[in-house]
Design a protein around this ligand. Structure first.
Ligand SMILES: *Cc1c(COP(=O)(O)O)cnc(C)c1O
Length: 395
């Protein structure tokens, strides 16, 4: 019921709304992705790299102090322990194996905060493949550490000066490149966004998260199904991976944390389900923040990974039919939660992940409830932001 249909739709959301020039590229991918993902040799290679390179399975950790505090059983799925510090590498590994099987030698990607760029540059180095990353000139300035990593890994980082010199402009440039190099190039999209088949492809590659949760939870507490799975949603790939194998289990409640920025009633927000409406962004029909003329409204979030004006079509669907419950988490809520979890569990979460933790403050549980929080990434990259906030706390 939550699987994508033949045309790439989840209910009314999804599809492939792309310029004619891009049709061939997307069609080639659509025609082969399921066959390749189902090949034994692909599954083997993917599993081996997830195990020995990424470090999977990531632990499912019983958070004793958080559990005592909230009076429930809280487990943490430790995607922050993946190589490179977040879940994004799962998708990057899967797509580069796919690209090789499609005979592509060159990889392109766009990146905003640089996290997806680093994951892509990492797997290209691993496979010895050419890697070109498009990044807005302003983002390059803001994210110098990630730019340095990509360069160290051997990627070419192309600054994009058009438009607002940020993510959407980098995306346009990447698409232009792909059209001009359709023979030898694969475009790695980093979340469950973009034209069909990308949302389904990325969700399948990230679904290893919920596959592991099921096995690990059964071992930890004698039941494979939690009462709640909580994850943050930027484009929605870590959430899609954490929800995937529970989508058809209605007793498992799915909780999605969106970035409310300064608040959903302000113009500095990225809470798409609260402030958005249906429209087309990056090739799919989904929820996005737009003005009355259909122009994209600049989002705001303290966390770079959630600072996106749309959400993936699967999540738009889960929101519209209430299969998932969406919470709007402000910058302040997230900072407080990040600080609290660090002190309670000795785990400094990414600011994105801190949005998921902040949901725990707003939810009501029974003491027997089992909750899994997907810890999408580690907070090292966010230390400057956290530190700025601590100055205000004045302990
Ligand atoms: C990129 C990122 C996100 C947001 O992306 P999704 O596709 O929504 O998962 C969340 N957490 C971390 C740590 C990230 O790097």
């Amino acid at each position: 019921m939550y699987a994508v249909n033949e045309k790439g739709f989840y209910g009314e959301f999804g599809g492939a709304f792309i310029p004619e020039m891009l049709y061939g590229n997307v069609e080639e991918l659509r025609n082969c992705y399921l066959d390749i993902l189902n090949e034994e040799s692909f599954k083997n290679d993917f599993q081996q790299l997830l195990k020995y390179y990424v470090g999977r399975p990531t632990p499912l950790f019983f958070a004793e102090r958080l559990s005592a505090h909230y009076v429930a059983k809280i487990y943490l799925k430790r995607e922050d322990l993946c190589h490179t510090g977040a879940h994004k590498i799962n998708n990057a590994i899967g797509q580069i194996l796919l690209a090789r099987r499609m005979g592509k030698q060159r990889i392109i990607a766009e990146t905003g905060a640089g996290q997806h760029g680093v994951a892509t540059a990492t797997v290209c180095a691993l496979m010895g493949m050419e890697c070109v990353i498009y990044m807005g000139a302003i983002d390059i300035q803001r994210q110098s550490a990630n730019v340095a990593k990509m360069k160290m890994l051997g990627a070419k980082v192309f600054p994009v000066y058009s438009g607002s010199s940020t993510l959407k402009d980098a995306t346009n440039e990447a698409i232009r490149d792909w059209i001009n190099h359709s023979q030898d190039t694969h475009y790695i999209i980093g979340s469950v966004v973009g034209p069909h088949p990308y949302p389904d492809l990325v969700a399948r590659l990230q679904s290893v998260i919920s596959a592991e949760i099921k096995v690990q939870l059964l071992e930890a507490c004698g039941r494979a199904l939690p009462d709640y799975v909580v994850a943050c949603v930027g484009g929605g790939s870590n959430a899609a991976g954490a929800f995937y194998h529970f989508l058809n289990e209605p007793e498992v409640k799915l909780i999605a944390a969106e970035a409310a920025g300064h608040g959903i009633d302000t113009d500095k927000t990225a809470a798409t389900t609260f402030r958005g409406s249906a429209g087309v962004i990056h090739g799919s029909m989904t929820m996005l923040m737009q003005d009355e003329y259909g122009q994209i409204v600049e989002p705001h979030s303290i966390s770079a990974g959630l600072d996106y004006p749309g959400i993936g079509p699967l999540h738009a669907f889960l929101n519209s039919n209430r299969r998932a419950e969406f919470y709007a988490i402000t910058d302040q809520d997230a900072l407080d939660a990040g600080y609290f979890v660090s002190r309670m569990e000795g785990i400094i979460p990414a600011l994105e992940t801190a949005h998921a933790f902040a949901c725990l403050e707003k939810m009501d549980f029974a003491s027997t409830d089992v909750i899994v929080v997907n810890v999408s990434g580690r907070g090292d990259k966010d230390l400057p932001t956290y530190i700025e906030h601590f100055k205000n706390i004045e302990e």
